[in-house]
Design a protein around this ligand. Structure first.
Ligand code: PGA
Length: 252
């Protein structure tokens, strides 16, 4: 059975002090909440990951990295490897976020390598993908999404999907305040599941969690999460405030 997941992508925000304060706030806000089948994940920047792991011990909150390099080690100045991350207790990584695709030239081909390395190293991957505004306006969004999945993920063996979380994030909805409607999210998530079932099996398609990301806020989370193929959210801006993020977690 697939899990419900609310993940907070902190992006390039929060110093060490702010990291501690935000985690304390989340722990307080979530203390009384029973989260049965819901996972709560936060993704601070690399420099604050180790502290975040320590600060979330004995809480429901899990910690993810926002990126990793595809090589195991070597002359890649400024990069971080899977082994470095697992050595500080990180087992989950976000890959393919649209900001990394746009500002750091990540492509589905390079992401295929990153995903393969992450899976090989025992990581769980939150794989982000989604269409640009012009793709949606040109009614090409289903083709774009299918191509992203095919190029970055369809080299994986079916068993790898036990470690894959998908995050559909239409680029036009990220940080814009313009969220996809709950029906648009449901329509795409159902398409993603159908695509997975055609490539793999119904079981792969039905067991993978598919998160929606793009301007999810406390006031729209419930509506979006109410859809049958939406298993949670990847939250940017609203994950930086303990109250807002906790409200979103409680909306699931
Ligand atoms: P947003 O970001 O919630 O600020 O739109 C989502 C994301 O980038 O994952």
């Amino acid at each position: 059975m697939r899990k419900k997941i609310v993940a907070g992508n902190w992006k390039m925000n929060n110093t060490i002090t702010q990291t501690n304060t935000l985690i304390d706030g989340l722990k307080t806000e979530l203390k009384e909440t029973t989260l049965e089948d819901t996972r709560v994940i936060i993704a601070p920047s690399f420099v604050n990951l180790q502290q975040a792991v320590v600060a979330t011990e004995e809480s429901v909150i899990e910690v993810s990295a926002q990126n990793m390099h595809q090589s195991k080690n070597g002359a890649y100045t400024g990069e971080v490897s899977a082994e470095m991350l697992s050595s500080i207790g990180i087992e989950t990584v976000i890959l393919g976020h649209s900001e990394r695709r746009t500002y750091f030239n990540e492509t589905d081909q390079s992401l295929a390598e990153k995903v393969a390395t992450a899976i090989e190293e025992g990581f769980e991957v939150i794989f982000c993908f989604g269409e640009q505004l012009e793709d949606r306006e040109g009614e090409n969004h289903f083709n774009v999404v299918k191509k992203q999945l095919t190029e970055a993920l369809f080299g994986l063996a079916p068993e790898a999907y036990g470690k894959i979380i998908l995050a559909y994030e239409p680029v036009w909805a990220i940080g814009t305040g313009k969220t996809a409607s709950a029906d648009q999210a449901q329509e795409m998530h159902a398409f993603i599941r159908k695509t997975l079932s055609e490539k793999y099996t119904d079981s792969v398609a039905n067991n993978v969690s598919i998160l929606y990301g793009g301007s999810v806020k406390p006031n729209n989370a419930k509506d979006i999460f109410s859809k049958p193929d939406v298993d949670g959210g990847l939250i940017g801006g609203a994950s930086l405030k303990a109250v807002d993020f906790s409200e979103i977690v409680k909306a699931i």
